[in-house]
Design a protein around this ligand. Structure first.
Ligand code: GLC
Length: 437
């Protein structure tokens, strides 16, 4: 076994250890959160626990339980999208019926479709209320394998108060962002605020890094990693320039710890008031506006900066709800999915947690817009967000893993971007048998 292969092997073992811990945790929570009478059907739902996601999932399921008389269980899952997928694959491959409803990422329908029930006949007209692009994404071989729950796009969070104090505009290019970040970081540190940083993002070796890096690469006109026709395009000078630029920020405007940051680690730094700029998903907004948030009323949100030729790019993210084929309570599980993805529930989640609805009409709802002003201001960002390469189909996760590992190497300064992207291209071409995913 080569050194690289054995390094990979060690990583997988670490993931398995973590997964086992989560399974144990999940089982504990299942026991604790079961509610209602013993005779009722109990539907279990897996939820992410990023920020207040867990609490919103619980209160949503509770409302459904009160309405229908059924019980529910919440299964909490790892925060890292990559670890969550590995856990799901383990459970689903065993044909286990322990989880009835799965929260799944927008990039997983192609990988997990065979394990889920076709929801089209249950959903009826309700499905037409949702953004067509997302229902299309969730339809695999004519089967609607998941209902859209919320949609995500990468956003730039900035400290309004600091930009005002230093008379700096909201940056429109990455270069301007880096210059403003460096200037304010230095001035704040000179003034005694020694822990201030310029920019934080998600730099851990996981799915979130694929999302961040696609934004840098696409905004530099470096393509979409794999193009819609299957061609592997990542080995190009613009992509190398984008990634080299980001690598140069680490240790200067970005803490070295970013190599291990997922969403919550970067939000932790920003929300503690220790960063001028942050890249994150919409969920970070509601938390930044909590009554006990140190940055309450000091935050602005805008589209991410553009590359040198004036093109901004936000990666499309988001979560869906799917029903397991192995569920012993398919009808009740579908009913819970339809309840949680409905207009009223999406509205509640948007107001309380700034989770962006997938129902277009909600973007005209006054109460929602009052709570999340950026939902209207950045509507174009949400509807034009760039998808991760769906042509890769069931191989998506393998392709994304190769990509984020390569980007992580580049950001750590292990290999120059040009050389690492060339080897990534070879790897992806081999995986796809020459681009024929
Ligand atoms: C968010 C997005 C999801 C993405 C993940 C990466 O959960 O909704 O699409 O894959 O972040 O960390």
């Amino acid at each position: 076994m080569s050194q690289r292969q054995s390094g990979h092997h060690v990583k997988m073992e670490e993931v398995n250890v973590k997964m086992t811990r989560h399974v144990v945790l999940a089982c504990g929570l299942v026991g604790m959160l079961s509610v209602g009478s013993a005779q009722a059907v109990t539907v279990s739902i897996s939820c992410s626990a990023l920020g207040i996601e867990y609490e919103l999932c619980r209160s949503g399921a509770q409302a459904w339980s009160e309405k229908t008389g059924n019980d529910f269980k919440i299964v909490s899952t790892p925060n890292s999208a990559s670890e969550r997928l590995a856990l799901y694959q383990q459970i689903l491959a065993a044909g286990a019926g322990d989880i009835d409803v799965y929260q799944i990422d927008v990039v997983w329908p192609g990988t997990l479709a065979s394990h889920f029930v076709d929801l089209s006949e249950y959903a009826g007209d309700a499905v037409n209320e949702h953004f067509e692009g997302i229902t299309h994404n969730n339809t695999i071989n004519g089967r609607l394998v998941a209902m859209p729950w919320f949609t995500d796009a990468g956003l730039l969070y900035y400290r309004k108060d600091l930009l005002e104090k230093y008379d700096a505009p909201v940056p429109s290019t990455w270069q301007e962002m880096a210059e403003t970040a460096a200037r304010i970081q230095k001035a704040e540190r000179d003034a005694g605020n020694g822990r201030m940083w310029g920019y934080v993002f998600q730099g851990r070796s996981y799915e979130g890094l694929t999302c961040n890096a696609l934004e840098w690469v696409a905004s530099y006109d470096g393509g979409m990693i794999v193009e819609a026709d299957g061609t592997v395009s990542i080995n190009n000078p613009q992509a190398a320039a984008a990634l080299s630029e980001v690598a140069s920020w680490i240790g200067s405007i970005t803490p070295a710890g970013v190599h291990n940051y997922a969403e919550e680690e970067s939000r932790g730094v920003f929300q503690a008031g220790q960063a001028v700029f942050m890249r994150n998903w919409p969920y970070a907004w509601a938390l930044s506006q909590d009554s006990d948030s140190p940055i309450l009323d000091k935050v602005g949100v805008s589209a991410l900066p553009s590359g040198p030729n004036g093109r901004p790019a936000a990666t499309l993210g988001g979560q869906q709800l799917a029903v397991s084929r192995y569920s012993p309570h398919v009808d009740e599980a579908v009913d819970l999915v339809m309840f949680l993805t409905s207009y009223e529930e999406q509205k509640r989640r948007a107001i309380e947690g700034s989770f962006n609805p997938t129902i277009a009409a909600l973007y005209q709802d006054d109460e929602l817009l009052a709570a999340n002003p950026f939902a209207a201001d950045l509507y174009q960002v949400f509807i034009n967000a760039v998808g991760r390469p769906s042509i890769t189909g069931a191989l998506y996760n393998r392709a994304s893993t190769s990509f984020y590992n390569a980007v992580h190497d580049i950001l750590r300064g292990r290999t120059p971007a040009e050389r690492r992207l060339a080897s990534l291209q070879v790897e992806l071409n081999r995986m796809s048998r020459g681009g024929n995913w």
